[in-house]
Write a protein that binds this ligand. Structure first.
Ligand code: F6R
Length: 261
């Protein structure tokens, strides 16, 4: 794992967008894994800017989102399809046919999950997966106790997640109780993972995810097993890391990051 600490939320998101941009320019057929949530909005804003101002081209890339609520229509403003159309897909030149999210309206959810995994495999696997992190440590909707080898499946949302996301729905009582999510095992197979966390609300869980023991109670800790995972945080989210100076030293000295310093 590598940890990159940036002074602000904007700088952290801009760095993530620049990594995506570098990978996409190197491989226009990139298979890009996407996440939703408040944190990612900054990244998508930057990617839209790079598309408009620096001709970042999405026309050949293919995208797979981590998750989608069960039971919401794509037109529902709280569906992740709607979020992606609004924040990214509708603002760049990605081919809508190349954008994939699990179908939370499928009659047979198990079959839908198997199909989603099959589609990822058919396109050669995910090259770069963007991740956020929940306050209880989930990646995707892999809630506490998610098996570290889990695959795409429908999961019940925990009280912490219901609380974290309920404001979008005007209260917990209006929120779906389940979501389809890529599994921890699915995420670990992506060639590269890039996790972004910002704000003091994420400080405790980031310290556990990066420096704590690997446990299914905090699915983000499984990323310690990933051969190529970068965690990007702002100062607020880095506040509880014990080894911040060490991470800063690596970022300042590692040639790979030269153009990002
Ligand atoms: C959403 C997802 C979640 C979020 C996480 C953080 O697709 O995969 O794991 O990344 O809940 O959400 P925010 O950024 O809203 O704090």
């Amino acid at each position: 794992m590598e940890v990159i600490i940036q002074p602000t939320e904007e700088a952290a998101a801009a760095l993530v967008a620049r990594v995506v941009s570098r990978e996409l320019r190197a491989n226009p057929h990139l298979v890009l894994g996407l996440a939703t949530g408040r944190t990612m909005e900054f990244v998508y804003r930057q990617l839209v800017r790079l598309h408009k101002e620096e001709q970042l081209d999405f026309s050949l890339c293919r995208t797979f989102n981590l998750d989608e609520y069960v039971g919401l229509f794509p037109s529902d403003p709280n569906s992740y399809r709607h979020y992606m159309d609004h924040h990214l897909f509708g603002r760049v030149n990605v081919d809508p046919r190349n954008t994939h999210l699990p179908n939370g309206l499928a009659e047979d959810l198990d079959e839908e999950c198997r199909k989603y995994e099959g589609l990822i495999r058919r396109f050669g696997g995910i090259d770069l997966q963007l991740l956020g992190i929940g306050e209880a440590g989930h990646i995707g909707f892999n809630e506490p106790l998610s098996a570290l080898r889990s695959r795409t499946r429908a999961k019940a949302l925990t009280p912490t997640t219901l609380k974290q996301n309920s404001s979008f729905f005007g209260g917990e009582q209006h929120m779906p109780r389940r979501a389809i999510t890529m599994g921890v095992g699915t995420i670990l197979e992506c060639r590269r993972c890039l996790l972004l966390a910002t704000s003091h609300r994420k400080a405790a869980v980031i310290a556990q995810a990066v420096e704590g023991p690997i446990t299914s109670m905090i699915s983000a800790t499984a990323l310690q097993l990933h051969p190529r995972c970068t965690v990007v945080v702002d100062e607020a989210a880095a506040a509880k890391l014990a080894e911040g100076d060490y991470y800063r030293w690596i970022f300042a000295n590692e040639p790979e990051w030269q153009e990002f310093r």
